[in-house]
Design a binder for this molecule. Structure first.
Ligand code: ARG
Length: 274
């Protein structure tokens, strides 16, 4: 009995922190359903089940293989997205837990409610908008082409009938598959693996976002970027379609962080202007 009362107390605390955090990913956040939610949450707490937004925490799904936006440094996930997310969390008064998963699992993690939002240098596309809502955009990007320094590929047209490496499920993957055919695409779970395959001469080019591309070219000898960019795109944070409450809060926080220079400051720390 005592345990049950404790669970209910924990559950109410969870609900209070949920609203403080503004996470609407659980029905527990709405007041009408509060009492029902208390028992549900109590059961969950008692059973020790994980809840995406338990404890005033927002769970962010990402793929931390994407410098300078998110990558591992020592034991930490750092980068532009990680820092912007931390600044947003501070605005919302909650903590962030980062979940590092495959890029093509980020949207499913958000739609299933296991994560509250996805932030992964993710490009806004009409197709993705069918499954998630995007925040206001916070960065512009391009898909760039990396080739070996001595490559005979000199522009985008040179990619025809060549073997192109991409990170699975990225816009680079989707567009290259459309343009050059599935048979010419090699998919890798990490961008870096595609770059290694290129260095080893297993593939002819890599199509990937421009900022990671610059990092990879700088870190690996014998590679260069083609001058012409492949596409222009914009990055945003994704949340579940029904979680407009969190979307609004993220947008309000983003607007403030853009206004007060926080975002520019974070970007400048990671991207040195040429
Ligand atoms: N901007 C591209 C996309 O949305 C690539 C993003 C890859 N991000 C990552 N964290 N691995 O498809």
């Amino acid at each position: 009995m005592r345990k049950k009362i404790m669970s209910v107390i924990i559950a109410s605390a969870m609900i209070m922190s949920l609203s403080a955090c503004g996470s609407g990913s659980s029905s527990a956040a709405s007041t009408e359903k509060a009492s029902e939610a208390v028992s549900e949450a109590a059961e969950e707490a008692a059973a020790g089940t994980e809840n995406a937004s338990a404890g005033g925490k927002l769970v962010m799904a990402t793929n931390a293989e994407f410098p300078p936006y998110e990558y591992h440094e020592n034991d930490e996930i750092v980068g532009i997205d990680a820092e912007i997310a931390a600044a947003i969390a501070k605005e919302l008064g909650c903590e962030i837990e980062i979940e590092d998963i495959a890029f093509d699992s980020v949207i499913p993690e958000v739609t299933s409610g296991k994560a509250d939002f996805g932030m992964a240098g993710m490009t806004v596309t009409d197709e993705r908008k069918q499954s998630v809502n995007f925040s206001d955009t916070y960065a512009v990007a391009k898909q760039s082409v990396i080739v070996k320094e001595d490559s005979d590929i000199t522009d985008i047209d040179g990619l025809k009938d060549r073997v192109i490496g991409v990170q699975t499920g990225t816009t680079g993957d989707l567009y290259a598959t459309d343009d050059y055919g599935d048979g010419n695409i090699e998919r890798y779970s990490k961008g870096m693996e595609a770059v290694q395959a290129l260095s080893q001469g297993k593939i002819d080019a890599v199509i990937i976002d421009n900022e990671p591309a610059k990092v990879y070219v700088a870190e690996n000898t014998g590679l260069k970027l083609l001058d012409s960019a492949y596409t222009e795109e914009e990055y945003a944070i994704c949340v579940a379609l029904d979680n407009t409450e969190l979307l609004d809060k993220i947008n309000a926080a983003l607007a403030k962080l853009k206004d007060d220079g926080t975002i520019d400051g974070i970007v400048a720390k990671y991207i040195k202007s040429e």
